[in-house]
Design a protein around this ligand. Structure first.
Ligand code: XMP
Ligand code: MG
Length: 185
Protein backbone atom coordinates (compact mmCIF):
# COMPACT_ATOMS: atom_id res chain seq x y z
CA UNK A 1 0.00 0.00 0.00
CA UNK A 2 1.37 3.41 -1.00
CA UNK A 3 0.24 6.64 0.61
CA UNK A 4 -2.04 7.59 -2.33
CA UNK A 5 -4.10 4.39 -2.33
CA UNK A 6 -6.32 5.64 0.50
CA UNK A 7 -7.66 8.39 -1.80
CA UNK A 8 -8.95 5.87 -4.33
CA UNK A 9 -12.62 4.87 -4.24
CA UNK A 10 -12.21 1.95 -6.61
CA UNK A 11 -9.71 0.47 -9.03
CA UNK A 12 -10.97 0.35 -12.62
CA UNK A 13 -7.97 -1.36 -14.24
CA UNK A 14 -5.14 -3.08 -12.43
CA UNK A 15 -1.52 -2.88 -13.45
CA UNK A 16 -1.85 -6.40 -14.87
CA UNK A 17 -4.98 -5.64 -16.88
CA UNK A 18 -3.37 -2.52 -18.34
CA UNK A 19 -0.24 -4.43 -19.34
CA UNK A 20 -2.27 -7.20 -21.03
CA UNK A 21 -4.38 -4.71 -22.95
CA UNK A 22 -1.36 -2.73 -24.12
CA UNK A 23 0.37 -5.88 -25.31
CA UNK A 24 -2.65 -6.67 -27.51
CA UNK A 25 -2.90 -3.08 -28.76
CA UNK A 26 0.79 -3.11 -29.62
CA UNK A 27 0.38 -6.18 -31.79
CA UNK A 28 -2.65 -4.73 -33.56
CA UNK A 29 -0.74 -1.51 -34.21
CA UNK A 30 2.31 -3.41 -35.39
CA UNK A 31 0.30 -4.99 -38.20
CA UNK A 32 -1.16 -1.66 -39.26
CA UNK A 33 2.04 0.38 -38.98
CA UNK A 34 4.93 -1.90 -39.88
CA UNK A 35 5.42 -0.42 -43.36
CA UNK A 36 4.56 3.17 -42.41
CA UNK A 37 7.65 4.49 -40.59
CA UNK A 38 5.31 6.06 -38.01
CA UNK A 39 6.05 9.04 -35.81
CA UNK A 40 4.51 8.53 -32.37
CA UNK A 41 3.57 11.83 -30.76
CA UNK A 42 2.77 11.70 -27.06
CA UNK A 43 0.57 14.39 -25.53
CA UNK A 44 2.20 15.64 -22.33
CA UNK A 45 1.87 15.17 -19.54
CA UNK A 46 -0.86 12.59 -19.09
CA UNK A 47 0.28 10.19 -21.82
CA UNK A 48 3.92 9.85 -20.74
CA UNK A 49 3.45 6.54 -18.95
CA UNK A 50 1.31 5.03 -21.72
CA UNK A 51 3.79 6.23 -24.36
CA UNK A 52 6.66 4.37 -22.72
CA UNK A 53 4.68 1.12 -22.67
CA UNK A 54 2.93 1.29 -26.05
CA UNK A 55 6.09 2.01 -28.08
CA UNK A 56 7.75 -1.04 -26.54
CA UNK A 57 4.66 -3.17 -27.17
CA UNK A 58 4.71 -2.15 -30.85
CA UNK A 59 8.10 -3.12 -32.27
CA UNK A 60 8.00 -1.09 -35.48
CA UNK A 61 10.78 1.13 -36.73
CA UNK A 62 9.57 4.53 -35.52
CA UNK A 63 10.54 7.78 -33.92
CA UNK A 64 9.00 9.58 -30.98
CA UNK A 65 8.05 13.17 -30.27
CA UNK A 66 6.28 14.99 -27.48
CA UNK A 67 3.79 17.81 -27.63
CA UNK A 68 2.27 19.75 -24.75
CA UNK A 69 -1.04 21.54 -24.91
CA UNK A 70 -2.73 23.72 -22.35
CA UNK A 71 -5.81 22.01 -21.05
CA UNK A 72 -7.85 23.10 -18.11
CA UNK A 73 -5.47 23.56 -15.22
CA UNK A 74 -6.70 21.89 -12.11
CA UNK A 75 -10.37 21.53 -12.88
CA UNK A 76 -12.07 18.31 -13.94
CA UNK A 77 -13.86 19.55 -17.05
CA UNK A 78 -12.60 20.83 -20.37
CA UNK A 79 -12.78 24.28 -21.89
CA UNK A 80 -12.95 24.59 -25.67
CA UNK A 81 -9.67 26.34 -26.38
CA UNK A 82 -6.45 24.41 -27.00
CA UNK A 83 -3.00 26.01 -27.09
CA UNK A 84 0.34 24.40 -27.84
CA UNK A 85 2.85 25.06 -25.04
CA UNK A 86 5.59 22.77 -26.36
CA UNK A 87 5.75 21.80 -30.03
CA UNK A 88 7.33 18.84 -31.79
CA UNK A 89 10.89 19.33 -32.99
CA UNK A 90 10.87 18.10 -36.59
CA UNK A 91 9.33 18.51 -40.01
CA UNK A 92 6.44 16.08 -40.36
CA UNK A 93 5.75 16.50 -44.06
CA UNK A 94 4.62 13.18 -45.49
CA UNK A 95 4.84 11.39 -42.15
CA UNK A 96 2.32 8.97 -40.68
CA UNK A 97 1.57 10.42 -37.26
CA UNK A 98 0.18 8.34 -34.44
CA UNK A 99 -0.98 10.54 -31.57
CA UNK A 100 -0.64 8.80 -28.21
CA UNK A 101 -3.15 10.13 -25.67
CA UNK A 102 -4.17 9.14 -22.16
CA UNK A 103 -7.89 9.80 -22.49
CA UNK A 104 -10.27 10.95 -25.21
CA UNK A 105 -12.92 12.94 -23.38
CA UNK A 106 -14.74 15.89 -25.01
CA UNK A 107 -12.51 15.44 -28.05
CA UNK A 108 -11.32 19.06 -28.06
CA UNK A 109 -7.64 18.25 -27.69
CA UNK A 110 -7.44 15.51 -30.31
CA UNK A 111 -9.71 17.30 -32.76
CA UNK A 112 -7.35 20.27 -32.58
CA UNK A 113 -4.18 18.17 -32.84
CA UNK A 114 -5.43 16.16 -35.79
CA UNK A 115 -6.12 19.36 -37.72
CA UNK A 116 -2.80 20.81 -36.62
CA UNK A 117 -0.75 17.86 -37.89
CA UNK A 118 -2.67 17.67 -41.17
CA UNK A 119 -2.07 21.39 -41.71
CA UNK A 120 1.65 20.78 -41.19
CA UNK A 121 1.65 18.27 -44.04
CA UNK A 122 1.32 14.88 -42.35
CA UNK A 123 0.39 12.06 -44.72
CA UNK A 124 -1.95 10.62 -42.09
CA UNK A 125 -2.90 11.16 -38.48
CA UNK A 126 -4.21 8.27 -36.43
CA UNK A 127 -5.15 8.30 -32.78
CA UNK A 128 -4.26 5.84 -30.08
CA UNK A 129 -5.85 6.45 -26.71
CA UNK A 130 -5.60 4.33 -23.62
CA UNK A 131 -9.02 5.42 -22.39
CA UNK A 132 -12.11 6.54 -24.27
CA UNK A 133 -14.99 8.32 -22.54
CA UNK A 134 -17.50 8.57 -25.43
CA UNK A 135 -20.33 9.81 -23.22
CA UNK A 136 -18.60 13.18 -22.89
CA UNK A 137 -17.83 13.79 -26.56
CA UNK A 138 -18.66 17.20 -28.05
CA UNK A 139 -16.41 16.98 -31.15
CA UNK A 140 -16.93 14.45 -33.95
CA UNK A 141 -13.80 12.39 -33.44
CA UNK A 142 -13.04 8.72 -32.84
CA UNK A 143 -9.82 6.94 -31.99
CA UNK A 144 -8.23 4.29 -34.21
CA UNK A 145 -6.86 2.32 -31.27
CA UNK A 146 -8.59 2.24 -27.88
CA UNK A 147 -7.43 0.55 -24.69
CA UNK A 148 -10.56 0.70 -22.59
CA UNK A 149 -13.91 2.46 -22.85
CA UNK A 150 -14.64 4.09 -19.51
CA UNK A 151 -17.79 5.40 -17.85
CA UNK A 152 -18.21 9.10 -17.08
CA UNK A 153 -16.11 9.18 -13.92
CA UNK A 154 -12.98 11.17 -13.21
CA UNK A 155 -10.08 8.75 -13.28
CA UNK A 156 -6.48 9.02 -12.10
CA UNK A 157 -3.32 6.97 -12.22
CA UNK A 158 -1.05 5.54 -14.92
CA UNK A 159 -0.21 9.09 -16.06
CA UNK A 160 -3.59 10.68 -15.36
CA UNK A 161 -3.69 13.33 -12.68
CA UNK A 162 -5.84 15.28 -10.34
CA UNK A 163 -4.14 18.63 -9.53
CA UNK A 164 -0.95 17.15 -11.02
CA UNK A 165 -0.92 14.31 -8.46
CA UNK A 166 -1.54 10.55 -8.73
CA UNK A 167 0.22 10.23 -12.12
CA UNK A 168 2.56 7.61 -10.67
CA UNK A 169 -0.11 5.20 -9.47
CA UNK A 170 0.50 1.97 -11.40
CA UNK A 171 -3.25 1.33 -11.85
CA UNK A 172 -6.24 3.42 -12.99
CA UNK A 173 -8.84 4.28 -10.40
CA UNK A 174 -11.61 6.63 -9.41
CA UNK A 175 -10.90 9.21 -6.69
CA UNK A 176 -13.04 9.45 -3.60
CA UNK A 177 -15.39 12.45 -4.03
CA UNK A 178 -14.13 14.08 -0.81
CA UNK A 179 -10.65 14.32 -2.35
CA UNK A 180 -11.87 16.75 -5.01
CA UNK A 181 -14.33 18.65 -2.88
CA UNK A 182 -17.38 16.54 -2.20
CA UNK A 183 -18.46 15.98 -5.79
CA UNK A 184 -20.91 18.89 -5.77
CA UNK A 185 -19.94 20.28 -9.19
P1 XMP B 1 -10.58 16.43 -24.09
O1 XMP B 1 -11.81 16.93 -23.38
O2 XMP B 1 -9.84 17.51 -24.82
O3 XMP B 1 -9.69 16.00 -22.87
O4 XMP B 1 -10.85 15.21 -24.92
C1 XMP B 1 -8.51 15.39 -23.00
C2 XMP B 1 -7.70 15.71 -21.79
O5 XMP B 1 -8.53 15.92 -20.64
C3 XMP B 1 -7.98 15.34 -19.51
N1 XMP B 1 -8.99 14.44 -18.88
C4 XMP B 1 -8.82 13.76 -17.76
N2 XMP B 1 -7.75 13.68 -16.95
N3 XMP B 1 -8.92 12.14 -15.60
C5 XMP B 1 -7.81 12.88 -15.86
O6 XMP B 1 -6.86 12.79 -15.10
C6 XMP B 1 -10.03 12.17 -16.36
O7 XMP B 1 -11.01 11.47 -16.08
C7 XMP B 1 -9.97 13.02 -17.51
N4 XMP B 1 -10.85 13.30 -18.48
C8 XMP B 1 -10.21 14.17 -19.31
C9 XMP B 1 -6.77 14.59 -19.96
O8 XMP B 1 -5.62 15.29 -19.55
C10 XMP B 1 -6.82 14.56 -21.46
O9 XMP B 1 -5.56 14.72 -22.04
MG1 MG C 1 -4.75 15.98 -17.17
Amino acid sequence: MGMMDQDILKVLYTEKQIAARIEAMGMEMYDALKDKDPLFVSVLRGAFVFMADIVRACQVRCDVEFIAVSSYGNATSSSGAVKITHDIQQDITGRNIVVIEDILDSGNTLHFLKQYFMTKGAASVSICTLLDKPSRRTKAITADYIGFTVPDEFVVGYGLDYCQKYRNLPYIGVLKPEVYGGGEE
